[in-house]
Write a protein that binds this ligand. Structure first.
Ligand code: SF4
Length: 411
């Protein structure tokens, strides 16, 4: 069965209400936002304009973009792409301008990653590395569907979670393969042509690779077709090459052009500028909301400004009318300081949002007592959550009236 829409998960009104745009794009009943962006012409030559002028142009074009997106949601047809530069190329140019004084995330390192002589908290220059890409069958049912979520795992991170469940990817910046935008676009193109329901950008953290991802999406929005050499290069990180996936071009196009929902799967530790660019390109968002408002983000992830950054960014999604669901990982000994405040904030600000209150925390990275990297100072989280901690978390979510049961317990 290929049809995502046939799954019973959509019978839950909370899921259908929160993710209807995503489902329409996944089923190719609507064009993805990057295709809409390609129809909004800019009067600027992006490469020849100042960064201030580019931001001003983005602000000028956004109302037209949002109006077109809403009209297409309501059933209007997609206009022809702009002949010259469009909102898509504007976003691409802005991402590269930001890279030259990097402010992708709140570390605001201001290093020139194009020059690559000084490094910020993510330790990256301009290159991006992909650790693996594959049909992910472990995401929430509405994302993994029947054919998997087309997941592309990037290397490195802008946070330092001691318990990182992907520590090999997030803490080793040299993991994986150097990946140019055309190779990245090839990975996305291939996964979608193999039937994946979405393109799932994830890490480590993805915002630190904003320029490469936006560049790849801009290619996909301009009728990109990979060459045989590019497909061979992309296969280096394909983690499921031995499985046979039928090519399903009809599952990958809208009116004959490449189409796929873009899923932004992120720690949400990013700046308003990054959010503005992503608003144009992202069809469905998946914030990972980990820590409460106290010192836990500093103690466990060496990350300042966590609560104010993530709550601001998630609140923007609701204000913008975006499709999204939230993840929260229950951590041992952090139910009262992290789980409860996170759930209470969601209940107060966006009670209809689907939430996955996850049980799969396991001691890993610096809090795994059996690992070489273990540090005693993380002893408090060096175990799995108890059943009581999980039950207390789910009970609190239920008492708050959160829409969490489908995302948390579906199988
Ligand atoms: S992505 Fe964040 S951590 Fe990395 S250089 Fe830019 S601002 Fe610094």
């Amino acid at each position: 069965m290929r049809d995502l829409a046939e799954l019973g998960v959509w019978d839950d009104p909370a899921i259908r209400g929160a993710l209807s745009w995503y489902l329409d794009v996944a089923e190719n009943r609507r064009p993805a936002k990057f295709r809409i962006a390609a129809t909004i012409a800019t009067q600027l030559d992006p490469g020849a304009s100042s960064e201030d002028a580019l931001w001003a142009e983005l602000d000028r074009l956004m109302p037209a973009f949002i109006a077109r997106w809403l009209a297409i949601r309501a059933g209007a047809s997609l206009p022809q792409p702009a002949d010259g530069p469009s909102l898509l190329e504007l976003c691409r140019e802005l991402a590269y301008r930001m890279l030259a004084h990097c402010n992708f995330c709140p570390w605001n390192c201001r290093v020139d990653r194009m020059a690559g002589t000084k490094f910020g908290a993510c330790k990256l220059a301009s290159g991006s590395r992909v650790s693996s890409h594959f049909h992910h069958t472990g995401e929430e049912l509405f994302y993994r569907g029947t054919q998997g979520s087309g997941t592309i795992f990037f290397t490195s991170c802008n946070m330092r979670c001691a318990f990182c469940q992907n520590g090999d990817i997030s803490t080793d910046k040299d993991n994986g393969e150097a990946t140019e935008p055309r190779t990245l676009a090839t990975m996305a193109w291939t996964l979608r042509h193999e039937g994946c329901h979405n393109i799932n950008w994830v890490g480590g953290e993805v915002v630190i690779h904003l320029h490469t991802i936006v560049d790849a999406i801009a290619l996909l929005g301009r009728d990109f077709t990979p060459t045989a050499a590019e497909r061979k290069r992309a296969r280096k990180t394909k983690a499921d090459p031995f499985f046979w996936f039928d090519a399903a071009p009809s599952a990958a196009t809208y009116e004959g052009n490449f189409n796929a929902p873009m899923l932004w799967n992120s720690n949400f530790f990013m700046t308003p500028e990054s959010m503005k660019i992503l608003r144009v390109l992202t069809d469905v968002w998946l914030p990972d909301f980990k820590f409460g408002p106290g010192r836990c983000a500093m103690m466990l992830a060496k990350t300042p400004w966590y609560w104010e950054t993530v709550t601001r960014n998630v609140a923007l999604l609701a204000e913008w009318g975006e499709d999204f669901s939230i993840r929260h990982l229950v951590m041992p000994n952090h139910v009262e300081c992290c789980t409860y405040p996170v759930l209470e904030w969601i209940a107060e600000h966006m009670p209809a949002t689907p939430v996955n209150v996850m049980a799969q925390f396991h001691p890993d990275n610096f809090c795994d007592p059996a690992g070489a990297k273990y540090r005693d100072r993380y002893a408090e989280i060096a175990r799995r959550p108890t059943q009581t901690e999980l039950d207390d978390s789910w009970r609190h979510a239920r008492e708050l009236g959160l829409k969490f049961e489908t995302a948390t317990f579906e199988s």
